[in-house]
Design a protein around this ligand. Structure first.
Ligand SMILES: [Zn+2]
Length: 134
């Protein structure tokens, strides 16, 4: 299986992101773990800017302990900093803007959880086995 490295995606440090801060990356159990992948930050910021609406992050980086506690899968991309969960709005037009922007910037994995009402975006190279035909 060929590994896709996303070499074409620029990196943006969390400190330079206009709409995101390190506290949004930090593990929710206050352990201090905060892996902010530059390519994830970049895609998220471009999507946020394009959408014109706030992205409310519920889960970005998680340590192993917290991931197990919240019932995350063993190989969760949150543990390695490759995934971000964004709250689904109560407004469908807002959700459309968020989803359109996430797809437009090219997040290769976008999961929509309508029950728990969040979008999960994922850039984990270990989980992507297909290529975008662009
Ligand atoms: Zn933690």
């Amino acid at each position: 299986m060929e590994k896709i490295l996303f070499n074409g995606i620029p990196e943006l440090s969390i400190e330079d992101a206009e709409n995101f801060d390190i506290w949004e990356v930090e593990c929710n159990d206050n352990c201090g773990q905060a892996i902010a992948r530059g390519k994830v930050v970049y895609l998220l910021q471009v999507a946020r800017t394009r959408s014109g609406v706030p992205f409310h992050i519920t889960s970005w980086n998680r340590c192993e302990l917290w991931n197990a506690y919240v019932g995350g899968v063993d190989d969760s991309s949150h543990v390695t900093g490759w995934a971000v969960d964004i709250v689904m709005s109560d407004n469908s037009a807002t959700n459309y803007k968020i989803l359109e922007a996430l797809m437009h910037v090219g997040f290769p994995i976008i999961q929509i959880n309508t029950e728990k009402r969040y979008f999960h975006v994922d850039l984990n190279p270990d989980k992507i086995w297909w290529r975008l035909l662009l």
